[in-house]
Design a protein around this ligand. Structure first.
Ligand code: GUN
Ligand code: ZN
Length: 447
């Protein structure tokens, strides 16, 4: 990286605590703030009038005008080989997997296809304001290798892993307990801790892993406890019945993973909708994370995640798109649907809690809060510039905006990638590579 110093001036918003616990004390909002960045890291943040004198000669100052600047969004669960299965019509999760997903993922045996898709995927995430994600690859190690190479080129903080699956899918998508161990290990050695990248050991779910493979995943995690472990849990009723038949000795679905030692503080369980009190208590005790994927759950008709029940059980919840069962890359649209899901279970999702979830909340769930998710000196300068009046309908609604909370609620209800004016990765403005998209911005007064 070429050394650089840059200042961002404008409306800065970020969380320092969880608003579910401390309400309005949990966030900081500066109407005319200044954030100083050196070589990708935040060095100072505060009122512009106070910090202005620290702007050195020749330092670029980016004025963000009326827009809202906040930490980059974090997506805690999605699948990069599923960009072309979004909007495929299936009866339920298992039908959708068999009819579309397990067919599409076979294309990722071709590394050139994987590279091209990874490029599209990362470009699209960044265009939607997402700067960090926990990503499932396909079974092919070459595809995950291509993903990491692209993530490195984008300099994004990404977590990813090759899917482990040794039964219950077409033969072309199966590995074995041993090859999945060996291939995952080689990827860990190559990519984990390399720059901003981290590895997630990724047994797909209990239906597509034999006991021998879950054992192999656990052994690998014991050997590399610094890695994440990601899988799926209790997403649909039919999935749960199938798992019960495959693992009759387990008390419930959570216990299937628990028996193999897969419940750790670094474990991310996608969906986790249909859990009883025992399972919630066990996840909470283990410090494992349930990842709520509202657009996916509504799309497949999987069920309604109960945030209040999870919170009452002291269970950690992260939020995610789950592309490609999820229907939008946008974490704003994910909040929109999450809010509606909570309404349907008799709860709610206030805007402060919503935006905390996709920034600092997800950073904490992923053990990354010391690096991302908030604006503090020493953190990495990943951030988004949001336009709350991005569309005529949003601009019209904004005329009645009363407060910052009101503005956040408008953004999460009506916003999507059109509201993302710019995304910065380590202090550098992201420029989409796809043909026909925005030309490179002029330096300096870009807004
Ligand atoms: N369970 C196992 N694999 C998958 C997947 O690819 N998507 C979803 N939504 N659930 C899964
Ligand atoms: Zn998933």
């Amino acid at each position: 990286m070429k050394p650089f110093q840059r200042a961002i001036r404008g409306r800065l918003f970020w969380f320092v605590e969880d608003p579910a616990e401390t309400g309005a004390r949990a966030y900081r909002y500066l109407d005319d703030g200044l954030m100083l960045i050196r070589n990708g890291m935040i060095t100072a943040i505060g009122e512009a009038i106070v910090l202005e004198r620290q702007i050195g000669p020749g330092m670029e100052v980016i004025e963000t005008g009326p827009h809202l600047v906040m930490p980059g969004f974090i997506d805690a669960h999605l699948h990069f080989p599923q960009t072309q299965v979004i909007a495929s019509h299936g009866a339920d999760l298992l039908d959708w997997l068999n009819r579309y997903t397990f067919i599409e993922e076979q294309r990722f045996a071709n590394p050139a296809h994987a590279r091209k898709t990874a490029r599209f995927f990362l470009d699209t995430l960044l265009s939607h304001g997402t700067t960090t994600a926990a990503v499932f690859g396909s079974v092919h190690p070459g595809a995950t290798d291509a993903f990491f190479a692209e993530a490195e080129r984008h300099n994004t903080r990404m977590i990813a892993g090759k899917v482990m699956m040794d039964r219950g899918a077409p033969a072309a998508l199966l590995d074995t307990a041993q090859t999945s161990y060996d291939e995952s290990l080689a990827l860990i050695e190559r990519w984990h801790g390399h720059g901003r990248l981290a590895y997630a050991i990724s047994p797909r779910f209990a239906i597509t892993s034999t006991p021998a493979q879950l054992d192999a995943a656990a052994a690998l995690h014991r050997a590399h406890p610094e890695c994440y472990l990601q899988t799926h849990l209790a997403e649909s009723r039919r999935e749960i019945e199938t798992v019960a038949a495959l693992y009759p000795e387990a008390a419930d679905y959570t216990d299937v993973y628990d028996r193999f030692g897969l419940l750790t503080e670094r474990s991310l369980f996608g969906h986790a909708i249909h859990l009883d009190a025992r399972e919630r208590a066990r996840l909470a005790e283990a410090g494992s994370v349930a990842v709520h994927c509202p657009t996916s759950n509504l799309y497949l008709g999987s069920g309604l995640y109960d945030l209040a029940a999870a919170r009452a059980a002291r269970q950690i919840t992260a939020l995610a798109t789950d592309i490609g069962a999820g229907t939008s890359y946008s974490m704003l649209q994910t909040l929109n649907e999450a809010y509606k899901v909570q309404k349907l279970v008799g709860g709610t999702l206030p805007p402060l809690e919503a935006f905390h979830a996709i920034t600092l909340g997800n950073a904490e769930a992923l053990n990354l809060a010391h690096l991302i998710g908030s604006f503090r000196p020493g953190r990495e300068a990943d951030f988004v510039v949001l336009d709350s009046a991005a569309t005529p309908a949003m601009a019209h609604r904004m005329e009645r905006c009363q407060s910052i909370e009101d503005e956040l609620f408008i953004l999460m209800t009506m916003g999507d990638d059109r509201a993302v004016k710019a995304t910065y990765v380590m202090g550098e403005r992201f420029v989409p590579e796809r043909e026909g998209l925005a030309p490179p911005p002029a330096p300096g007064m870009a807004f």
